[in-house]
Ligand binder design. Structure first.
Ligand code: F6P
Length: 534
């Protein structure tokens, strides 16, 4: 295994400064370094990965035991060792007829039963059988944070052309501004609140839920009747006073950031309806089947993971930009930040030993073309290389605005081309000389206009952002993160790194209230407390 890493690093040292563009001289590169999943295509030919690197990366995946660990995950083995849990979010999108055994019990019938209850409730709300104090529900507020917010919030925006239900809003931040701005203009008598929390203890969510309840209680006689809950903690939802008929449970074998496919997706189902939600699940399942069956050299999640490993752990590029040329994927980068950074932002291996490679990358991004007018300057001319992951649909949802879609696509393709091709000093000099510049001025102006190029990117193209395609994309990224985690040897399914801050925030509350002093706090924290208490 160490040998594979070393060989990859040695190979990278040899080819680091080679031009990616020259790799296209041999025929068929674009086809060879791309993969298909149905109608979706991933092009990773605009990277410095050549045949030798590709072979070594595939060998790395083999010797890391990706296939065995993938099968163990799907089979319900307790691969989340630090929490002693199985990892079975894939069971949430399993169709009827498939069995997924956990501790000798098939979990699929229960998954299907809860999905049927969700669908019945969603239909009742959407068709006006479940009402608020003043009639039909017009607005839904999903209160949750992290995995209980980012996934459904992202998917609700992504699927806006399919919305035919109530408006669905998402509140996550414990900053009162978030809920205040959301409640502003809503009618409590026609609003449904969904409290989404796996643990039902998360302080931000419970505080926001209490605020919503108080807001509703001002006008609604039984505010609890307009509350629903999504959680693994049935005892806590009952203690909170939510009728079990409106509680949608799931099990601890679904990680928060992987939970969109089950009851945490209730907000999405309310917005688009059970049928479209079912299409989303089918898309996820489609990617699962490909991940399970395709040989690694054609397996899209494995390939995307290997490109990630190449750029981060081998080339040393610490960040990864996700750049959807799809406005409706505006929250995808934020969603992927949690998926990737909470999963693979770990410093120790499964057995607790220090990682010998870098952990997962910093993930960030914004939709194109907005990003072009903001941070692309650095991507093109900054001193650091940022591998970019472009995404774009062949077709938009606005046939009468097809000319705009064409412009969007041309910008997307132009960016990856420009990143790879760059512009040499000779080219820049010729352009500026044509404008009449000469001498030192020409030289200076030309140097500012040089693009070093040779900057890697991948492009994911898909037919149209339908519920099915969204399901494929999300499952693709889930499995990519899984494969990267296996290769790094880490547990991608715990998140101990979020705990310390939570503990210290709890301890700071009485200090900020003035009930306790700052004794034992460092000078900076004590100074900030003193300022904020004034
Ligand atoms: O603090 C991190 C985290 O535990 C995430 O992993 C999770 O998605 C989020 O908080 C919300 O947790 P819950 O759904 O239990 O409220």
């Amino acid at each position: 295994m160490q040998d594979k890493w070393q060989r990859l690093k040695r190979h990278h040292n040899k080819v680091e400064h080679r031009s990616i563009l020259t790799l296209f001289q041999g025929a068929g590169r674009a086809q060879h370094f791309s993969a298909r999943a149905g109608e979706m295509m991933l092009d990773f030919s605009k990277t410095n990965i050549d045949e030798a690197a590709f072979g070594l990366l595939l060998e790395l995946a083999e010797v890391s035991g990706v296939a065995a660990k993938r099968d163990a995950m799907f089979a319900g083995d307790k691969i989340n060792v630090t929490e002693g849990r199985a990892v079975l979010h894939t069971a949430l999108r399993a169709p009827a007829g498939v069995s997924v055994m956990l501790d000798g019990v098939d979990v699929v019938p229960e998954v299907l039963a809860i999905r049927a209850r969700m669908a019945a409730f969603a239909d009742d709300v959407r068709e006006g059988r479940f009402t608020g104090q003043d009639g039909r529900i017009t607005d839904v507020i999903n209160i949750g944070i992290g995995g209980s917010d980012l996934g459904p919030a992202m998917a609700t925006i992504a699927l806006s052309p399919y919305h035919d239900g109530p408006r669905v809003h998402y509140v996550s931040n414990v900053d009162g501004a978030h809920i205040a701005d959301t409640l502003d203009g809503l009618n409590p008598e026609t609003t449904l609140v969904v409290v989404a929390s796996k643990t039902f203890t998360t302080i931000e969510t419970m505080t926001n839920a209490n605020t919503a309840k108080t807001w509703m209680a001002r006008v609604v006689k039984s505010p609890g009747a307009q509350f629903a809950a999504v959680s693994t903690a049935a005892d806590k939802t009952a203690a909170y006073g939510i009728d079990p008929a409106r509680v949608f449970g799931f099990e601890d074998w679904v990680g928060g950031r992987y939970s969109l496919w089950g009851p945490i997706g209730l907000g999405v189902m309310l917005a688009v309806g059970p049928q479209a939600f079912g299409e989303f699940l089918k898309g996820g399942r489609d990617m699962d089947e490909r991940f399970l069956s395709e040989p690694f050299m054609r397996n899209m999640p494995v390939l995307l993971a290997l490109v990630g490993i190449w750029h981060n752990q081998i080339c040393g590029h610490a960040t990864r930009a996700v750049l959807p040329y799809d406005q409706r994927l505006s929250r995808l980068p934020a969603y992927l930040q949690q998926l990737e950074m909470e999963s693979n932002g770990k410093r120790v291996a499964m057995d607790g030993s220090d990682l010998t490679t870098a952990s997962g990358p910093v993930v960030w991004g914004e939709p194109g073309t907005n990003g072009q007018h903001a941070f692309y300057q650095l991507i093109h001319q900054g001193t650091r290389t940022v591998p970019c992951e472009f995404m774009v649909a062949r077709e938009g949802h606005e046939p009468d605005l097809a000319h705009m879609h064409l412009l969007l696509v041309s910008n997307c393709l132009a960016q990856s081309e420009a990143l790879m091709r760059g512009r040499s000093l000779e080219e820049a000099t010729a352009i500026m000389a044509k404008k009449g510049l000469t001498g030192a001025e020409l030289d200076m102006q030309a140097r500012h206009r040089v693009f070093p190029g040779n900057r890697p990117s991948t492009t994911l193209v898909y037919p149209k952002l339908t519920p099915f395609v969204l399901g494929q994309i999300i499952a693709l990224y889930e499995h990519r993160v899984f494969v990267e985690g296996v290769i790094l040897g880490i547990n991608s399914f715990d998140q101990w790194g979020v705990e310390l801050g939570k503990e210290l925030a709890l301890a700071l509350q009485p200090i900020l209230e003035g009930k306790e002093g700052t004794k034992g706090k460092d000078g900076s924290t004590a100074g900030l407390v003193a300022y904020l208490r004034k």
